[in-house]
Design a protein around this ligand. Structure first.
Ligand code: FAD
Length: 543
């Protein structure tokens, strides 16, 4: 039996903090939702580290938005749908591309400085985009956005910020989400953050893989807690791998943005040959899945070693000016990118699936919203178009904020603030080496549930995961233990969906079913059952 909660608790016996809205997560999605709602209502923002410990901080390339005279939301929509390989929710993409420019204006009003060329915004081109469409701040757009949002939180003083608070599980009362059970990492106390609505903005699950661009906070916690609470999770098989992460031993792996290939950098194999030419009309700028899969094949032929990014013909001045972070990070690693080839390999980068939401970010549980990478709004389909995810967080967080503000202003449906919830079950007494298990899991996922998948490998991964299921019943007292449990849940959902989908589509590549199939233009969904992590069920769009 799978426990519904990670810990036993009784809300009558723990500290309780009341707010109108609780936001979990302090990346672009959480901060922008919290700021907007805090103009009118009381918001508590809880985050498991310090505010800036987010994937948002690491984003380099920028934000895709149709702002140039030759571009339009219609063209942005076309590219997004094409990348999504038949599985995008077109209505959600419509929202994304049509509300993008307003959200960019909002960022500029908060003080974000996008790079200019003369008096016009400078745009870069990234993989899968037909034209230059990506607004950027040097090659550190994410940290510029995150730092500006944090400065705004400090300046407005309208949000109660709770750092180092680990959200464990969602509390439901009469079917509505009414709060989050949390662990205060510093005091070790369990606290209930109660609210009229909860927004999960906890980011993705890249840490499930040993080679990842995602920072350590990306352990899929929000997806796992929503799953345990009974929310529908969708499209979990779709994990995007970024082709060009610097090949070293660090976690997270340093990402070499696609914009460098947009500026003309080549990919070369171990013999110096440009292997993407002739493989796809866009060569190095082909969609990420195509590039990553080809890299895995080439790396295999080259004895497992990395492939190389060649920017030596671009010129030192341009490289230093346009890619200062990449220049500096490679230099620290002994690579002068104006002269040397950069060793790269694919890394888990973006969790496309997640908590299923409607166009206003509402999940299948009343008063539970999800935004940013934790959510599955349907905008990415089977493959995310580069630089659409910061945008997704901005656009859908604003819609969530508007929905909640409207609801709270109407005094809608919140009658019983004094609910009590408790949970108690026997827990096994087990010694778990949490670090070792996490490393084991990351290796398993990289090898068998990674860029190239097969029935044999996925079945093996699932059998291995089943052997670890006892760990899900243990009551840990540390963040690391809870993260491991969340990762085990999500790993199994990804592997089950990947095994079920007997075709290749977008970022999901099965070497035993290498082609897409018309029979698989559908979504796979998971819902929690206490007796097992069950097979996904099928959702047919439009039916
Ligand atoms: C290296 C890199 C480069 C990228 N480049 C781009 C780009 O150029 N353009 C683009 O559009 N996208 C890019 N992306 C993707 C994009 O950065 C992310 O998808 C986006 O920032 C996710 O934002 P978020 O707010 O949903 O989550 P995050 O920014 O990851 O924030 C998640 C937050 O939730 C908190 N949290 C998680 N679990 C818990 C818990 N249990 N309790 C409390 N708090 C919790 C975390 O501490 C964190 O504060 C990039 C990603 C990476 C890693």
């Amino acid at each position: 039996m799978m426990p519904r909660y990670l810990i036993n608790f009784d809300t009558s016996r723990i500290e309780r903090v009341d707010s109108d809205v609780v936001v979990v997560g302090s990346g672009v999605a959480g901060l922008s939702a919290a700021l907007e709602i805090s103009k009118q209502f009381d918001v508590a923002l809880v985050t498991k580290g310090e505010l800036r410990e987010t994937a948002t901080w690491y984003a380099q390339g920028g934000v895709a938005t149709a702002v140039s005279s030759e571009d339009s939301p219609r063209l942005h929509l076309k590219d997004t749908l094409e990348a999504g390989a038949g599985l995008c929710n077109k209505d959600a993409v419509d929202v994304l591309v049509n509300e993008a420019a307003d959200r960019i204006d909002g960022l500029v009003r908060l003080g974000i400085k996008f790079d200019l060329q003369g008096d016009r915004i400078e745009l870069s081109r990234e993989g899968g985009h037909r034209l230059a469409r990506v607004l950027h701040s040097g090659d550190a757009t994410g940290s510029e956005i995150e730092a500006t949002l944090i400065r705004t939180v400090d300046a407005w003083k309208s949000i109660r910020v709770f750092e180092n608070i680990f959200a464990l599980d969602l509390i439901l009362h009469q079917g509505h989400c009414r709060g989050v059970i949390c662990l205060d990492k510093l005091s070790g106390q369990v606290v209930l953050h109660a609210a009229k609505a909860v927004i999960l903005a906890t980011g993705g699950a890249g840490q499930l893989y040993s080679v990842t661009t995602n920072p350590p906070v990306c352990t899929g916690d929000g997806m796992a807690m929503a799953y345990r609470a009974g929310a529908i999770l969708s499209d979990m098989e779709f994990i995007q791998f970024h082709p060009t992460a610097l090949d070293n031993e660090l976690t997270p792996r340093f990402l070499i943005t696609e914009a460098l290939r947009g500026r003309g950098a080549y990919l070369r194999d171990c013999n110096g040959k440009r292997f993407m030419v002739g493989r796809h009309p866009l060569a190095e700028l082909a969609p990420r899945d195509i590039v990553s899969q080809e890299m895995v094949r080439v790396m295999h032929r080259c004895g497992g070693g990395p492939v190389y990014l060649d920017a030596t013909h671009i010129g030192e001045e341009v490289l230093k000016d346009r890619f200062p972070t990449i220049w500096a990070r490679c230099y620290e690693n002994g690579i002068n990118i104006a002269k040397d080839l950069i060793p790269v390999r694919p890394a888990a980068h973006y969790t496309i699936g997640g908590i299923k939401t409607d166009l206003n970010g509402l999940t299948s549980i009343p008063d539970l919203y999800a935004t940013g990478e934790v959510a599955c709004t349907g905008v990415h389909g089977a493959n995310r178009l580069a630089s659409n995810s910061l945008l997704e967080g901005l656009v859908f967080s604003k819609r969530i904020a508007d929905t909640i503000v409207h609801k709270l202003a109407d005094g809608d449906n919140y009658s019983e603030p004094d609910f009590l919830v408790s949970y108690k079950r026997e827990r096994p007494n087990m010694d778990v080496d949490v670090r070792k298990e996490r490393t084991w899991l990351q290796k398993l996922m990289t090898e068998y549930v990674g860029v190239v998948r097969s029935e044999e490998g996925l079945k093996f991964a699932l059998s291995q995961l089943e052997e670890k299921e006892k760990i899900l019943e243990v009551e840990f007292s540390t963040k690391e233990g809870f993260e491991l449990q969340n990762m085990l849940y999500i790993a199994k959902l990804i592997a089950k969906s990947a095994l079920s989908r007997r075709e290749s589509r977008g970022v999901h590549y099965r070497e035993d079913y290498p082609e897409p199939s018309d029979d698989w233009v559908l979504h796979l969904e998971h819902r929690f059952m206490e007796d097992d992590i069950a097979e996904p069920s099928i959702f047919l769009p439009g039916v």
